[in-house]
Design a protein around this ligand. Structure first.
Ligand SMILES: CC(=O)SCCNC(=O)CCNC(=O)[C@H](O)C(C)(C)COP(=O)(O)OP(=O)(O)OC[C@H]1O[C@@H](n2cnc3c(N)ncnc32)[C@H](O)[C@@H]1OP(=O)(O)O
Ligand SMILES: CC(C)C(=O)C(=O)O
Ligand SMILES: [Mg+2]
Length: 514
């Protein structure tokens, strides 16, 4: 099947930036634009230069530095706006002026306070001015989907007469339906024959959650440029999401005879770059790039995934740049996924053992939202081991000060006998942990240490949480005490005991299997 090329016009830096909380500084826009170029979008709309000195600077920075895609800038159909857009763009290798005016009676009457005749004149003068400056001019009929068709066709015809190379028919307020939008584009093509010589563009908003569906419908009617944003950000409920449109065309290629030039393994990275710049997290269930897009929690699905990933995934995670699918253990998981995870952790379970551990697991999952690997190891121990090899803190003492090296003396009772060790460290907690390492022979490395008071007043209980890395993995420890050093020693020992339990458990299993 011969595939028609579809141009991807990315407006993350313009319409996307209109999302509350998503504004970007020039350097941030440059970083994002470079990633969009790596993704191989066809057009980057970099901003609205007349809006501020900073946005002017951002557009000109992107225009100068980003090679490959066309660089576009938006402007109203006003001489000052158009001149400002061109001033920002003129150093781009491939510049495009994008000008717009509203065509719905609602917008013209209440917002622009212009008559239809005045809007026709604005279109003519605006596009003519832009075309006099730049060889590539896009014209958008704002609120096209709520406009009178005959009038809209007149506006489009004038824009084309004056030199527009691309005509955009936006669904500005996310109002249209796929069938209706398809018919609108077909009707315009019929009424304005000159449209056949231009590129028809679509720009859909997501107010009814139909932005992607409407975009796809417009392609079927002859549109050949899609305006969209990374993560679907944009004014109000956002714009059509770039990654969703691109992957819909790719995954359902048998239905859509189109292709884009997007390097799809860059999609996830691009999404992450954006959320890293704006600080706005991607919703977990976001299609393609959300953290749950390739995660499976329920037993029936996990079983299917283990048998063949195609049972529950319509695209591979690698195809969009996600490393791998994940089977998340939780209250809906079944025995197959549980057994698989234990195997990955180095604990292959026999059928009888699995049954017991699965029961403990489901009890735990009823009370705990997230089950970590260390929880599984602890469960295993609860389920099958009788003789814990744990250590108990007998005494701890630490000295520290501004001009002295911190030292600690720790006594532990391990496997019946008491041992005392001293150690020094960067601070008293570090010295205590080092002394515990010496006694137990383990080399834990603290990755996270948190202390917060549980009660008020000078005698407040301090609760200590630690995350410690061992060769087996990361284990957490927790303890509460009115003495910070004592609490820290207990919390660290809590993590150490979990490792010791895991080791003794692994040993007992190895001997059972031998
Ligand atoms: C659908 C869209 O996404 S449109 C793009 C939206 N993006 C932006 O608004 C970018 C950021 N905007 C801004 O920085 C400012 O709004 C500016 C600099 C553009 C204009 O600021 P101000 O001059 O203070 O005007 P304000 O924003 O209050 O009102 C908009 C004005 O533009 C006019 N206008 C709106 N669209 C158009 C248009 N396409 N062509 C000509 N004039 C327009 C309005 O009628 C109004 O005119 P008025 O000031 O004569 O009443
Ligand atoms: C300026 C135009 C293209 C727009 O963003 C819209 O109509 O939604
Ligand atoms: Mg828009």
């Amino acid at each position: 099947m011969k595939r028609q090329p579809i141009a991807i016009f990315d407006t993350t830096l313009r319409d996307g930036e209109q999302s509350p909380g998503c504004s970007m500084q020039p350097q941030e826009k440059l970083r994002m634009a470079l990633q969009l170029a790596a993704l191989k979008v066809d057009v980057i709309e970099a901003g609205f230069p007349v809006a501020s000195e900073e946005d002017f600077a951002a557009v000109s920075l992107v225009a100068r530095r980003v090679k490959g895609p066309v660089i576009a800038a938006l402007c109203r159909a006003l001489p000052l706006d158009i001149d400002r857009a061109w001033a920002a763009l003129k150093e781009a290798a491939r510049p495009r002026i994008h000008t717009f005016v509203s065509t719905s009676d609602l917008h013209m009457t209440h917002k622009l306070q212009k008559t239809r005749a005045e809007v026709l004149a604005m279109t003519r003068e605006g596009v003519r001015r832009a075309a006099g400056l730049c060889g590539d001019v896009e014209f958008s009929a704002e609120d096209a989907t709520r406009s009178d068709l005959a009038f809209l066709a007149d506006v489009v015809a004038i824009a084309l007469e004056e030199g527009a190379t691309v005509v955009n028919i936006p669904d500005t307020v996310g109002y249209t339906f796929p069938e209706e939008y398809r018919n609108l584009i077909l009707a315009l093509r019929e009424r304005v024959p000159a449209l056949e010589r231009a590129v028809i563009s679509v720009h859909c908003h997501n107010d009814l959650g139909l932005a992607v569906a409407n975009t796809l419908a417009a392609l079927e009617a002859g549109a050949r440029q899609v305006e969209c944003t990374v993560n679907g950000i944009g004014e109000r409920a956002g714009n059509a999401s770039l990654e969703e449109v691109v992957m819909a065309l790719r995954v359902r290629g048998e239905h859509f005879p189109y292709e884009t030039g997007i390097v799809t393994p860059e999609l996830f990275r691009t999404s992450q770059v954006l959320s890293n710049i704006t600080g706005v997290q991607v919703q977990p269930n976001k299609a393609i790039v959300g953290r749950n897009a390739f995660a499976h929690e329920s037993g029936i699905h996990q079983h299917g995934m283990l048998a063949n990933p195609m049972t529950y995934e319509i695209m591979t995670p690698e195809s969009v740049g996600v490393k791998t699918s994940s089977l998340v253990l939780g209250k809906h998981s079944g025995r197959h996924a549980l057994a698989q995870r234990y195997e990955e952790l180095g604990y292959p379970l026999e059928k009888g053992t699995l049954e017991g551990v699965y029961k403990l697991f489901t009890d735990l999952a009823d009370h705990k939202r997230e089950i970590f690997d260390e929880d599984l190891i602890a469960l295993l121990y609860d389920g099958i081991t009788e003789d814990p090899q744990t250590c108990r803190l007998v005494a701890v003492q630490a000295n520290s000060g501004t001009h002295s090296i911190a030292t600690a003396l720790v006594t532990l009772e391990c496997a019946g006998g008491e041992t005392t060790e001293t150690a020094s460290g960067d601070g008293p907690v570090n010295a205590v942990c080092e002394a515990i390492n010496r006694i137990t022979g383990l080399q834990g490395e603290i990755q996270d240490f948190r202390l917060h008071s549980v009660t008020g007043g000078a005698d407040a209980q301090g609760e200590v949480h630690v995350r410690v890395r061992f060769p087996e993995g990361v284990f957490t420890g927790r303890a509460a005490s009115t003495d910070i050093v004592h609490g820290s020693a207990q919390a660290y020992l809590d993590a150490i005991n979990k490792v010791l339990l895991a080791r003794s458990c692994r040993e007992s299993m190895t001997s059972t299997h031998a």
